[in-house]
Design a protein around this ligand. Structure first.
Ligand code: ATP
Ligand code: MG
Length: 367
């Protein structure tokens, strides 16, 4: 189904007398029977010519001149055949040259399994032995691994990522080159590193990926000093909170807050009503899971809390102010915290009259 639409798209290019092929992740995943998010297309049409065929196509700012076309509910990334020269900082080619030849374009690609093509008739074109490597479950570079990793250090991480996600082995030459060039990982942006690590960590084979990172001592060059402490891999945010690298790696404020809470809750008793109440079910579940606690029991304890949030108290801040007969002030949150605690630990029923008389008795007379 997705393939039919993909073939329709490349036919639009071939009907305009351009060469066009499906390539990269989609072809790889299609042959493996895996689903793909988006589809990579390569062509001898230049970006300008691609946009003439697909007027809605656009060039995303963070990309390397691929035209993106959204069609049939699919995102197509259409890239002109190219040669790349002079990589800068072991990452980006400074110079590219558009070319007319598919084979030459495949030579600049990272791994053989990513260099298999499908033409407009659905025929597979495999110049570099990618299908054999798919069958052998092998990550092998196009060309000399040593040279390819030195050109672009991101390929080191991509090798580990593909081996993890697909449960493949690294070719021995790749392993050697990973070890030799691992120090270059330091030059990659944390944004790129995180993209690859996220894909590894959400994979069903995350533990294997982590073992590989440790085995090749990449943790140090990725600033992941805590990697060996990751025990449970069921939650992405849980893994990152153990890694404790928010000062380097990019996260939203919300995520940072959550990771801080998870680390805090790791040190607390997850069945304590106050811990459950203050940090909520999600943070407690993630932290509990990492401690090997029963998630169901945590959920049950959470659901049996007398109150789960302040609004659940049978009293409002107006009630407190009325009762105190005072201008609103600091005292409101002090009182709230006190009665929350009393109610959570069943020392006080969550009933308006009882709560008000508690406040009168403990607070109102003091003034
Ligand atoms: P996925 O989309 O599942 O992450 P992918 O293989 O499609 O995997 P993309 O980043 O979409 O990865 O890249 C598309 C293709 O471009 C790759 O399959 C590969 O042929 C080529 N490619 C991507 N990044 C590099 C790189 N750093 N060096 C060489 N070739 C690359
Ligand atoms: Mg892709």
């Amino acid at each position: 189904m997705m393939l039919d639409n993909a073939l329709k798209l490349i036919k639009e290019l071939t009907e305009h007398n351009y060469k066009a092929y499906l390539v990269g992740g989609f072809v790889r995943d299609y042959l493996l029977g895996r689903e793909s998010q988006d589809i990579d297309v390569c062509t001898n049409a230049t970006p300008k010519e691609i946009k003439e065929v697909f007027p809605d196509g656009f060039l995303p700012t963070d990309d390397y001149g691929s035209v993106v076309v959204n069609k049939y509910g699919i995102r197509f990334e259409i890239t002109t055949f190219r040669k790349e020269f002079n990589y800068e900082n072991h990452r980006k080619p400074i110079e590219i040259e558009y070319i007319d030849d598919l084979y030459q374009d495949l030579l600049r690609r990272d791994f053989t399994i990513n260099a298999i093509c499908i033409d407009e008739d659905g025929q597979i074109i495999d110049f570099l032995g990618g299908r054999d490597d798919l069958e052998r479950k092998l990550i092998r570079t196009v060309g000399d691994a040593d040279e390819r990793f030195e050109q672009d250090a991101l390929r080191i991480l991509r090798a580990i990522r593909f081996a993890t996600v697909l449960d493949f082995q690294l070719d021995t030459e790749v392993v050697e080159a990973v070890r030799k060039h691992r120090v270059l990982l330091k030059e990659l942006s944390y944004h790129r590193k995180k993209e690859e690590l996220d894909k590894m960590f959400v994979s069903g084979y995350a533990p294997r990926g982590i073992d590989m990172l440790l085995e090749y001592h990449l943790d140090k060059y990725l600033d992941l000093e805590n990697l060996s402490k990751v025990e449970n891999t069921d939650s992405l945010i849980g893994i990152w909170s153990v890694l404790n690298v928010e000062e380097y790696y990019p996260f939203s404020n919300n995520e940072k807050e959550m990771m801080k809470d998870i680390r805090k809750v790791m040190t607390l008793n997850n069945y304590d009503p106050m811990t459950l109440y203050r940090y909520g079910l999600y943070v407690n579940s993630v932290a509990g899971e990492m401690k090997g606690l029963d998630k169901k029991k945590i959920t049950e304890s959470y659901n049996s809390l007398v109150i789960q949030r302040r609004q659940d108290l049978d009293i409002s801040s107006e009630d407190i102010i009325d009762c105190m007969k005072k201008e609103p002030g600091e005292y409101i949150s002090d009182i709230y915290e006190d009665i929350e605690k009393e109610v959570l630990y069943h020392r006080l029923p969550n009933e308006k009259e009882k709560l008000l008389s508690y406040i009168r008795k403990n607070y109102a007379s003091n003034d």
